[in-house]
Design a protein around this ligand. Structure first.
Ligand code: ATP
Length: 198
């Protein structure tokens, strides 16, 4: 049966970069954030969002994500309600995607909130991507053209590296592209030893 390798890491750790590296080696990769963004545009999710948050988050039937983010960002109860709409849809979609890859030895399931959401329980192995905090902040400021304060704000809602690494099977300390490649080779060797891949 196809094995699920969960891939997580704090903001700016480089988990998407690691996921892309697996994908470039021909391994199927599911990027939860990307799929969730697509699912947010489905008729079903849009209808549920309108029921829950009203017409004010829409402009001519188009969801205004900034307005929705503003509402949920500092209100845990509203964030939970949004998650209750989106997370089950992602779960359903991932299950469907997985069934299309059931003949693969393993797939990568990338999620920023693998632990926080409880999805780690569905994984056979877990990789945590880490990097020094200052490097992570710098990367996100450059990538998102944002401020240090905003990055720190997003970080405070996530589990810290030590908590995640303790619950993971592998840790990739992403301080360079080379470190990513070495980490991936080690994981592939482990899967070979376990006879998951040949
Ligand atoms: P988020 O949680 O915000 O989605 P992430 O963990 O997926 O972040 P990435 O988007 O993969 O992080 O990486 C953050 C930025 O840092 C990107 O612009 C990426 O290109 C860059 N980056 C990641 N790893 C490296 C590296 N080893 N060398 C150089 N740049 C890197």
């Amino acid at each position: 049966m196809v094995k699920i390798i969960g891939l997580t890491g704090g903001i700016g750790s480089g988990k998407t970069t690691v996921a892309n590296e697996f994908a470039s080696r021909g391994i199927p990769v599911y990027i939860t954030d990307l799929e969730a963004k697509k699912l947010m545009q489905s008729d079903y999710v849009l209808k549920e969002i309108r029921n829950e948050f009203g017409d004010t988050v829409f402009d001519n039937d188009v969801l205004v994500k900034e307005k929705l983010s503003e509402i949920v960002f500092n209100d845990p109860e509203k964030l939970a309600r949004l998650n209750n709409i989106v997370h089950p849809e992602v779960k359903r979609h991932f299950k469907q995607w997985l069934s299309e890859h059931e003949n693969e030895p393993f797939v990568i399931y990338e999620s920023a909130i693998l632990f926080e959401s409880g999805s780690y329980k569905d994984c056979d192995f877990i990789i945590n991507v880490t990097a020094p905090i200052e490097l992570r902040i710098e990367r996100v400021i450059t990538r998102d053209k944002t401020t240090r304060e905003k990055v720190l704000d997003r970080m405070k809602n996530q589990w810290n590296d030590a908590e995640k690494s303790a619950k993971s099977d592998f840790v990739i300390e992403n301080i360079s592209r080379e470190a990513i490649n070495i980490g991936i080779v080690k994981i592939l060797n482990f899967l070979r030893i376990k006879q998951i891949i040949s």
